[in-house]
Design a protein. Sequence first.
Length: 301
Amino acid sequence: MGNADIIFIAGPTASGKSAAALRIAEALNGEIVNADAMQIYDGLRIVTARPMPADEARIPHHLYGVLDGAEACSAGRWGLMAVDSIHDICARGKRAILVGGTGLYFKTLLEGLSPIPEIPGSVREAARARRDLLGAAGFRDEVIAWDPAMTRLPEGDTQRLMRAWEVFKGTGTPLSTFQDAPRVPLVTDPVTKLVVLPQREVLYAACDARAALMMSSGAIDEVQRLIERKLDPSLPVMKALGVPEIRALLCGERDQSEAAELMQRNTRRFAKRQMTWLRQQMADWPSFEDTDLASAAVIEG
């Protein structure tokens, strides 16, 4: 598949892509960089299915658990962090292997970022306070008054509406203006790309097994500690797959059997959405149903 120093491995949750990345890294003198929007947060190793310490001991891993859950990491912020990791890895003569299920992150590297200036933390705090004051509907109306292009966002899309509010307040320019500006790719070197797309029944079985394992191996304790922090419910970490389901269990809204069944269902649905997105947005990437075949294709070149 080529001899590029940078390798991108995309795939839905529970597809086995992390194991493939490990095999490739060991065979090609590589190091692994996280491209999953939730695995970047600390404190939820089990819930987000982050690589285990034994895996991290085999191969250096980057951008896993490096941010606190009280922060919101945008694709742009991740992209700049990933570029730094890639440069560091390649400068040491290693292969940078990016792996994850957040397709938007890969697109950020390949297609570039909107040129939005850094927004002060005080403005982000003001956005949260303003939404609390106006309510979801009123906050959306205010955003649209400044930036009519944001009518495409439903009032429940808190994160993007807050981003539009804070960009306008912080810069005086609508977010859509920045989004329409030309972009410059963050990665211009050759990239070996592949996407792991297992057969649906195989993937769903893996999703069910993963969700069941989470419930019995520490995920409940992780979510309990997260809840005790009383973080803003609009933060990405509070919406991570598994957190709402286990929170319902801890609050007495569901018993353990119901929570486990709900987590399995939601994991399958999430994987299905990822599969659809990856097939549409990465149609030109070589795809593999089997991770062994995917690994071999990269290792053998």
